[in-house]
Design a protein around this ligand. Sequence first.
Ligand code: ADP
Ligand code: AMP
Length: 221
Amino acid sequence: MNIILLGPPGAGKGTQAARLVERHGMRQLSTGDMLRAAVKAETPTGLKVKAIMDAGELVSDEIVSALISDELVALPQTVGLIFDGYPRTQAQAQQLDQILAQHRRKIDRVIELAVDEDALVERITGRFTCAHCGAGYHEKFKLPRNTDPMKCDHCGSLDFNRRDDDNEESVRTRMAEYRAKTAPILPFYEARELVSRVDGMADMDEVTEEIEQVLRQYGAE
Ligand code: ADP
Ligand code: AMP
């Protein structure tokens, strides 16, 4: 199955994608992760997008669609895909259809993570990840098992990172971008009867279970 996880920043897309990767061997395609890797490696793309990302604005459609297109080339068709943070505009949604068609793939389901905006600032400002393996944590909602010293549950690393753009000002811009440019792509998929809505305010495990139900319901098609 090829699915899109759609929801505002902090909705839990990355958290849930990581679980689907572990359970089903699917592949997570996060344009945010790809762009952060480009920034870190100081590639020409990375240098171009750093300030845009820090401000919480959207990078151009051409850049992100090219990243997705490049990733798909190397992926066998049997591997199910999870799009996380892409598409984010109407143009990207159309470009994604074209890219998938080139690989004889299609979107099987769009899972909308519905969340209260008020909760998102708290989720995002408390977010951190393992610097070594990238596992995601939260100061209040998901601390590592070992907190003194703080140690990654997955790889044992003692180093953790916070994103440069996980501050309140950037979060407000990212939410406004979501409302203005990303939420309006839902009708594009609703018209094709592809959207399932999941309560993203529920406990993380419950959200996973709801997503699993959607996959069971539509996976056999
Ligand atoms: P996104 O990828 O949509 O931006 P993340 O998956 O990174 O969001 O989640 C943002 C933060 O909120 C993370 O620190 C994560 O641990 C936490 N989080 C994710 N899902 C939930 C949930 N259902 N309840 C509480 N906190 C959550
Ligand atoms: P994310 O990791 O999904 O929260 O994305 C972090 C930042 O990367 C966003 O605020 C944008 O600046 C940029 N970005 C990621 N994905 C996209 C996309 N599909 N379109 C445009 N910009 C993106």
